[in-house]
Design a protein. Structure first.
Length: 323
């Protein structure tokens, strides 16, 4: 049974992961269990390269109420003195321990990733008594909404960008674990911005998270059979989810014909069904749609070992972009 945790617990967990990455600090640093949250944040920002924005946040203008809220926290849109907008993602102090691990994990993974197609982590800090992650505000919102509002926009090019950023992650041995349209924002430069690294895994010798720490998570309609069966997150499962980017082209979520998400488990696990692509396969099929359909089927192979790798997918979609 999960137990409650306070913000100091989240920061201490993140600190433990920092020591696993930089073991030499074990000989010189001891963190008391009762150390204040602000002190832990200060230490982490000093040694882990994450900016502590606690002081700055007091000068920013933010509404009394969040623009989005959920069981784990709230998101505020704040304005800096120069007019720049930022998203402040606050973590609820009453959230269970498992989500606390996800929060620490998201910070430690996100901080290491530098790519124009990944939403930048501007820093962390204390905001109205809670731990917060700060990133630039994407005025355009989700890629799905941008595409819906702009039918003439090239959705195929967006899918190509998604493949490129997944290749970047996989080249670093990072598995995202929750790729879907709702985790893609549109930046002012026309680049997508991949977000939400709370379920990610870093497969290297210094930083690893066990499957028990990761828990279930994810979203059923975008999850491959092994996820649904409780297996660890893998690159192959990321590729399966990239295949679901058909939703960006058609505007329909995967398995849209199934109104309840739970039966999706049955059709994927036992019936080995793949999403409907009839919208893309309408005659006459365009060359780009033909290539995209082939790419999706290679992403959805039932045997993960037979799925296309991210680097090959990028090459295939690059061809699509030239026809």
């Amino acid at each position: 049974m999960s137990r409650g945790y306070n913000l100091a617990w989240v920061c201490r967990y993140f600190f433990q992961e920092f020591l696993r990455t930089y073991p030499l600090f074990r000989k010189t640093v001891q963190v008391p269990s009762n150390l204040a949250v602000a002190d832990i944040v200060a230490y982490l920002t000093k040694h882990a390269g994450i900016t502590d924005l606690t002081g700055e946040l007091t000068k920013w203008q933010a509404p009394d109420y969040p623009i989005a809220a959920g069981g784990q926290g709230q998101v505020y849109c704040a304005s800096r003195s120069d007019g720049a907008l930022f998203a402040i993602k606050c973590i609820n102090s009453h959230t269970d321990e498992k989500y606390g691990k996800h929060t620490a994990q998201e910070l430690s993974t996100w901080a290491k990733l530098k790519n124009p197609k990944i939403l930048e982590l501007s820093g962390l800090g204390m905001f109205r008594g809670r731990l917060a992650m700060i990133s630039p505000w994407m005025e355009g919102g989700s890629v799905k909404n941008v595409l819906k509002a702009n039918p003439s926009m090239d959705a195929y090019a967006v899918c190509e960008q998604l493949a490129e950023v997944v290749r970047f992650l996989h080249d670093l041995n990072v598995v995202h674990g929750d790729i879907k349209g709702d985790n893609l924002l549109m930046g002012p430069d026309g680049n997508i911005k991949l977000t939400d690294f709370g379920l990610s895994v870093m497969h290297d010798k210094t930083l690893q998270f066990s499957s028990t720490e990761l828990g279930g998570g994810g979203t059923l309609r975008w999850m491959e059979k092994l996820y649904l069966d409780g297996a660890e997150r893998t690159k192959e499962a990321d590729i399966y989810a990239v295949g679901m980017s058909k939703e960006l082209i058609t505007g329909k979520i995967p398995f849209a014909e199934i109104t309840n998400s739970v039966p999706v488990i049955k059709v994927v696990l036992h019936e080995k069904r793949t999403p409907d692509i009839s919208d893309l396969a309408k005659e006459p099929i365009s060359p780009r749609a033909y290539i995209m359909i082939g790419a999706m089927h290679r992403c959805w192979r039932y045997d993960p070992k037979e799925r296309i790798e991210a680097k090959e997918l990028v090459k295939l979609l690059d061809v699509m972009g030239k026809v």
